[in-house]
Design a protein around this ligand. Structure first.
Ligand SMILES: *Cc1c(COP(=O)(O)O)cnc(C)c1O
Length: 213
């Protein structure tokens, strides 16, 4: 984790940013509760999970520590109620239907990111760039929904440099929509994402080691 923080700081230095602008989310899918606890002991303040059930199983064993929980995976509308009781922020709002479900079940303002499928990969969910202006406008009109920014998962390239145009387009789209936050960058490409303006990086394997496939 120290190495990850150092690399984030170096990417910030290269791009004239401050490391305080970048939230490091430790992605703990597939990671046991004890290891999550250790990460929190060594300074992790933000945890990312991609499944409601797995989080419901693990969260009780780390309930006594004050961390922010981020939902980063695809969320089905029938799991919204459970998700709202487990997570503080939802990064993966990939349809208007989901935004409406969150809005109608939330008891207070829920911070969300709108997920964008920048390179239009068929295997990924998320809005196309062209859909964003209308989608963001519609979500801003919903009660109890605080649209903070845009989120994307870049394709897995051999060289992280190849992800740069994707991160740049997400930054431009956020700027056009008047949104300040960018959730982008994972183990394979976070330094590039930080150089391109990421405010939230979601990192699993670089912190916890390789995940079995
Ligand atoms: C698993 C996951 C990550 C973290 O991936 P690593 O390669 O372990 O860093 C980030 N974002 C999302 C949406 C994920 O599902």
């Amino acid at each position: 984790m120290r190495v990850v923080r150092e690399r984030i700081a170096a990417a910030c230095a290269r791009s004239g940013r401050s490391p305080s602008e970048v939230t490091l989310i430790a992605v703990t899918k597939g990671v046991a509760a004890e290891a999550i606890r250790k990460a929190i002991d060594s300074g992790i303040t933000d945890i990312g999970e991609n499944r409601v059930q797995e989080t419901a199983d693990k969260r009780p064993s780390v309930a006594d520590v004050d961390v922010t929980w981020h939902m980063i995976g695809h969320l089905q509308t029938n799991k919204v109620k459970a998700a709202l009781s487990l997570f503080d922020i939802i990064h993966s709002v990939d349809s208007l239907r989901l935004a409406e479900a969150i809005s109608s079940r939330a008891l207070s303002n829920v911070p969300v990111f709108v997920e964008v499928n920048v390179s239009q990969e068929p295997t990924k969910t998320g809005f196309a760039l062209e859909q964003l202006p209308d989608a963001v406008r519609a979500m801003r009109a919903l009660p109890n929904l605080d649209v903070r920014g845009l989120m994307t998962v870049a394709p897995l390239f051999e060289r992280s440099e190849d992800a740069r145009p994707i991160f740049r387009r997400l930054r431009e789209a956020a700027h056009e929509a008047g949104l300040g936050q960018l959730s982008m960058g994972m183990t394979s490409d976070y330094e590039t994402a930080v150089e391109e303006g990421a405010t939230h990086v979601r990192i699993g394997q670089a912190i916890f080691g390789e995940r079995p496939a």
